[in-house]
Ligand binder design. Sequence first.
Ligand SMILES: N[C@@H](CCC(=O)N[C@@H](CS)C(=O)NCC(=O)O)C(=O)O
Length: 205
Amino acid sequence: MPDARELVLYHIPQSRSLTVLWLLEELGRPYRIHQLDVAKNEQRGAEYRRLNPSGKVPAVADGHTLLTERGAIMVHLADRYAPGRLAPAIDDPGRPDYLRWMFYAIGVMEPLLTFAALKIDVEAPPGALAWGEWDTMIGVLEKGVAPGPFLLGEPFTAADIMVGSFIGWATAMQILPAGGPLADYLARVTARPSWARTQAADGTR
Ligand SMILES: N[C@@H](CCC(=O)N[C@@H](CS)C(=O)NCC(=O)O)C(=O)O
């Protein structure tokens, strides 16, 4: 178990834990990467499942506190280590929108983008699926990024890391177009020096 002040990311390169790695690079605090060997299915082994019974990355040890699930990890780390900077304060007028984007990413973008990437067609009556329809999601996202430069205007927040990570992944998978408002937004968020550092750190430690 890490010591009381250590920040450790349980990580698989090029995976969903990259989103948390990006946040760690924005936080500017020391952290350590514990890389799991996906070829050996280490994430599904008994030892790691003691940390995350789901057998998934990311997990984060924040000292003696263990966190799993990206949404929870992102909200916790930004609130704890970058309040008022990467996370609007609880009484900031931007806070509800910030939380909305965090949950929208996991609850709506994640399933719709994953189904599109895997070419899965979910048959269900209209209205039965919590994530709704593809075109609606695109409309919500385009409206959200239109004023710019970031989701809350200024400043850049952890919600941009979350939503930007999904847009980046989906663009690389050619599910989203390489041009247009979402691509412009992606260019803005990935222009941050923290993104270059994230790519450099991914898979190297
Ligand atoms: N609900 C989890 C999902 C995480 C997840 O899907 N992680 C993938 C990485 S892309 C994973 O660990 N896959 C390895 C496996 O299932 O063996 C979260 O958002 O944190």
